[in-house]
Design a protein around this ligand. Structure first.
Ligand code: GLA
Length: 559
């Protein structure tokens, strides 16, 4: 053994594991199939409380908003959800451990609220965090996923936004395994399988610790997806058994392992940080085994923060899906899927894994009702065009149209860009303000005209579900193109500067981009979305683009 090998052995350093850990720690290692619940074939549309109401949200605000949406006939345009964001919940769970509405601001309870929102023709959305508390430090769903998914389905919730505040990542460290033993529930152990005699894969290897009982052998090298141990265990008959993993207690940090039985059931085990005096420890759980030989694989597939977030979100998505299905079966009706909105602010590149966990994923930090915020979010989100598809969309955050310091032109631009990016259209302004004192709709209101523009909405809601691509930019003026169904196309020219600018887009050039499916033609029929005028062109569209403004066109190849 050379001196380096001696040092590595003495300090129990496994170079293969370390190299793998570093590499895996920077990327998504988990590969899961797409999350399909049928909830969002096109980007979801609705309203949410946060941008306007923040912590001041109440049951009355939600019901008044749903009534206003009904009076405005927003359902006919595709607006579907009325979402309560943070601060709907009481600080204490009820006697059965379920979340409950804030005892003073949501006194009727959430089920009754869902019924009221449904009666107006809309679906109720709710919010918690994939952490120990919400962003406003209220009770949340991490470690309560099953109960909460069940509760939401039972209440009739049909949209669920899952934030990332107070998140506790799944550790990449794995416990070190000594043995696996089997017992009948409540009975004594009848078989013990030593890890050092099991099949060791990858970096898994046998080590020795004299402080441990017996010969002191244990299997390490399971951290960060680097290795696994495979036991073949034999059960006298099919049924439930108590499985005990004997482990080496070490390290004042939490560890995580997954136990996969016969490639079907997965048990998620969290092993606490070790502070105890003894070195021998154990983790116990119940599993169903088949009669005869069973394969029990122990590993930690989580090697990065991306893996952790992807796994936690996918778990909640699947639990919501199953809960909605169970509810429908219990009530003998069709499934009302829960649209699942992932809100981890783009921290762990959710566009890489969001489609296997939910219907939409936030790509950026929170939006603000300012031009700088809208533009900053657009600049980031526009680059992610390849990740959008029916059922799975980038979410550049809820709309601020009608809020804060945004001008009329900026509001129109904000809405147009979100439509071009196939973004969820979740309004965040005061919809009650569009009703005149006598109950009639204030049709002249320019903000209302923006959010009800049918042609802009049809661009967002096109069934192809594709996001626009930035096909040209000189940094101040961008040209965006979004493929639409029926071989149509949406084109948007954006002027980011504070001065009007002349700009044009050449359709003949755009349709040659492989991302765009509209055929090359000699003439195109073009509708200017905001002017509502139609004309025919051979190639160019454009003109003077207002400061912070857009020209937005729907284009059809003629011949
Ligand atoms: C985070 C989210 C916001 C909103 C708040 C609520 O900041 O990103 O969209 O839900 O929490 O506390």
């Amino acid at each position: 053994m050379n001196p380096i090998e001696k040092i590595l052995k003495k300090n129990k350093i496994c170079p293969v594991c370390t190299a793998k850990k570093i590499l895996n720690g920077t990327r998504l290692n988990l590969k899961e199939p797409a999350f399909e619940n049928g909830a969002a074939p096109t980007p979801p549309m609705g309203w949410a409380s946060w941008n306007l109401w923040g912590r001041r949200v109440t049951e009355d605000v939600i019901v008044e908003t749903a009534r206003a949406m009904q009076a405005l006939h927003l359902d006919e345009l595709g607006y579907t959800y009325v979402n309560v964001d943070d601060c709907w919940m009481s600080s204490v769970r009820d006697a059965s451990g379920r979340l409950q509405g804030d005892l003073s601001t949501f006194p009727s309870g959430i089920r009754a609220l869902a019924e009221k929102v449904n009666a107006c023709g809309f679906k109720l959305g709710l919010y918690t965090s994939n952490g120990t508390y919400t962003c406003e430090d209220l009770p949340s769903s991490l470690y309560h996923e099953e109960t909460d998914a069940e509760t939401f389905a039972e209440w009739g919730v049909e949209y669920f936004k899952y934030d990332f505040c107070h998140n506790v990542p799944i550790p990449t460290a794995a416990p070190e395994i000594r043995a696996l033993s089997l017992a009948a529930p409540g009975g004594a152990e009848f078989a013990v399988y030593r890890a050092c005699e099991a099949e060791l894969r990858g970096a898994a290897a046998v080590f020795e610790d004299r402080n441990l009982s017996g010969k002191g052998e244990y299997v390490g090298g399971l951290d960060a997806a680097a290795g696994s141990v495979v036991f073949i265990v034999s059960a006298p008959e099919a049924g439930s058994y108590t499985l005990t993993l004997e482990i080496r207690k070490h390290g004042n940090y939490e560890k995580y392992a997954e136990v996969e039985i016969n490639g079907a059931q997965t048990h998620m085990l969290r092993v606490p940080a070790s502070r105890g005096a003894g070195h021998d420890g154990r983790v116990q759980f119940t599993a169903v085994l088949g009669a005869g030989a069973n394969t029990v694989l122990v590993h930690n597939p989580v090697a990065s923060r991306m893996d952790s977030a992807a796994k936690q979100y996918r778990r909640m998505g699947l639990l919501l899906k199953e809960a909605a299905e169970r509810r429908a079966a219990a009530e003998g009706r069709e499934v009302r899927p829960i649209c699942f909105s992932i809100c981890e602010w783009g921290l762990n590149r959710p566009w890489k894994w969001g489609a296997s966990a939910g219907n939409l994923w936030r790509t950026t930090p929170d939006i603000r009702p300012t031009w700088a915020s809208v533009l900053g979010i657009y600049e980031w989100n526009v680059r992610l065009y390849e990740y959008a598809s029916p059922g799975h969309f980038n979410d550049p955050d809820m709309l601020e149209v009608g809020n804060g310091s945004l001008t009329l032109e900026e509001n129109r631009t904000h809405f147009s860009l979100w439509c071009m990016m196939a973004a969820p259209l979740i309004l965040g302004n005061d919809l009650r303000a569009f009703l005149l004192p006598d109950g009639r709709v204030d049709r002249m209101n320019e903000t209302l005209q923006i959010i009800t523009n049918r042609m802009a909405i049809s661009i967002d809601q096109d069934p192809l579900g594709r996001q626009c691509k930035r096909v040209r930019t000189d940094l101040i003026t961008d040209v965006l193109a979004k493929p639409l169904s029926n071989r149509e196309l949406a084109v948007c020219i954006l002027n980011k500067s504070g001065r009007p600018r002349k700009a044009e887009a050449l359709l003949g050039e755009i349709v040659r981009d492989p991302y765009i499916e509209t055929p090359d033609a000699r003439r195109y029929q073009v509708t200017d979305v905001w002017n509502n005028t139609t004309f025919v062109t051979q190639n160019a569209v454009g003109g003077e683009v207002p400061a912070h403004g857009v020209l937005l066109y729907k284009v059809k190849a003629m011949s």
